[in-house]
Design a protein around this ligand. Structure first.
Ligand code: PLP
Length: 437
């Protein structure tokens, strides 16, 4: 497999053609379509441990891990057993059930400022609901988000700072009403002065600041010292809430997510959002925080929020088994694997003279194809994305599946064994040659 320079893709190609007829772009989430790197996305047939197997029989070391959830590896025996056991007792009740309580307790026990959570089915739902709660609690409309931070496809949060637009964003996606985007203030990440100016001008109208706890959606761009504390200080001074989006970092960067690494920065965030790892590969997500805020949700309070499949018994079983499986040894293994792979990339790129910088959030990391630190979305955009495309395909052909975009974190799992790591390391020299060719 590692010597291979081309792979059979006939079945993936045929499936993509079939899919395009009935699914826009042939995919159910845009980044899967390979538009950023070109070529044919591989349709997967199965996955186990650190391995993905596609419909043509090619096997890949998986460095996507379903964009974060598969922290224990694919088809982990304990999670699979929990899922089978839950499925044997029914698929969805539409009534409360015990696993929902257990999963909520597990989250509350891990993330100290979180006193209550409400379970939902996706990260998007979590951020959308947290936003509604913040607006309901403060009776204000405006929200501040940062360019390059992704919080799911919530209308108000898709807004990005268009070039030349000082503060108020124009809609970044068709179908988002301008009135909606008008209430979203988009600021550059890691820019305390911009935050201070926004609060000086609009402080009395701002319901909340939402931020990725440590952004991973423009590649990994951790907060600079003092930035998270500035968000906390300014929101508090102006009566706004702080929402820390830990959908990606939650339970991955540490037992308590990014919060577990960084701790309180001039105080804890008011609300958190979670997803990915806490669903173990199934649709489960959550938002939570201080009990006095969470009690504003229906049925206790006036902020409505609901879901037919919220707290689904199979998803909560998978999430619970996954969180229970996230032991200290698991976090140590994630670190070892991530550092072995990133170290190999750095060594190979340095030897080949390829400009690069590697940035970290716990065991999450990104390789940027530029030689300067990346502190904002503008920095991230100033990298050589074409070089990434060549690197991506050279790795894919040697059996390593990276995220198909230069603006993503690389995810590893505790199931990435030495064989998987070796396969990644062996693929690097040829991939570096493809970059410089
Ligand atoms: N928030 C963050 C930080 C994310 O990374 C994502 C997804 O990648 C979301 C929210 C949205 O989650 P979902 O895709 O489950 O709707």
């Amino acid at each position: 497999m590692t010597d291979r320079t081309t792979q059979p893709t006939a079945r993936s190609t045929a499936l993509l053609e079939r899919a395009r007829t009935v699914i826009p772009g042939g995919v159910n989430s845009p980044v899967r379509a390979f538009r950023a790197v070109g070529g044919t996305p591989r349709f997967m047939a199965s996955a186990t441990g650190p391995w993905l197997t596609d419909v043509d029989g090619n096997r890949y070391v998986d460095l996507i891990c379903s964009w974060g959830p598969m922290i224990l590896g694919h088809a982990h025996p304990q999670v699979e057993a929990a899922v089978r056991e839950a499925a044997g007792r029914g698929f969805s009740f539409g009534t409360p059930s015990e696993n929902e309580v257990a999963l909520a307790e597990e989250i509350v026990a891990r993330v100290e400022p979180v006193e209550q959570v409400r379970l939902v089915s996706s990260g998007t739902e979590a951020t959308m609901s947290a936003l509604r709660l913040a607006r309901g609690a403060t009776r204000r409309n405006k929200v501040v988000k940062f360019a390059g931070c992704y919080h799911g496809h919530v209308d108000a949060l898709l807004a990005q700072a268009g070039s030349g637009v000082a503060t108020f964003a124009l809609p970044d996606s068709a179908g988002v009403p301008e009135s909606n985007a008008h209430d979203t203030i988009v600021l550059p990440y890691n820019d305390i002065a911009a935050l201070e100016t926004a609060f000086a001008e609009h402080g009395a109208e701002i319901a909340c600041v939402i931020t990725e706890a440590s952004p991973g959606n423009m590649g990994v761009v951790p907060p600079q010292p003092g930035f998270t504390a500035a968000i906390r200080r300014l929101t508090r001074e102006h009566g706004a809430l702080m929402i820390s989006d830990e959908v990606m970092t939650g339970f991955r960067c540490s037992r308590a997510g990014w919060f577990g690494l960084e701790g309180e920065q001039d105080g804890a965030p008011d609300l958190f959002t979670f997803g990915k790892v806490m669903g173990g590969g199934f649709p489960a997500a959550a938002f939570g925080g201080r009990a006095d805020l969470m009690r504003l949700l229906a049925p206790e309070g006036p902020v409505y929020q609901a879901g037919t499949l919220s707290g689904n018994p199979i998803a909560t079983a998978a999430g619970l088994a996954t969180l229970q499986g996230c032991t200290d040894e698991v976090y140590a293994r994630l670190d070892t694997v991530a550092h072995a792979i990133a170290g190999g990339v750095s060594e190979t790129f340095t030897a080949a003279g390829i400009p690069h910088v590697i940035q970290w959030a716990g065991s999450m990391f990104s390789v940027f194809f530029r030689d300067q630190p990346v502190r904002s979305y503008a920095d991230a955009q100033a990298q050589d994305t074409a070089a990434f495309g060549r690197f991506f395909h050279a790795m894919l052909e040697q059996g390593v599946h990276l995220p198909p975009s230069a603006f993503e974190a690389w995810f590893v799992s505790a199931a990435h064994d030495d064989q998987a790591v070796e396969q990644v390391l062996r693929a690097l020299p040829a991939a570096a040659r493809a970059v410089t060719a």
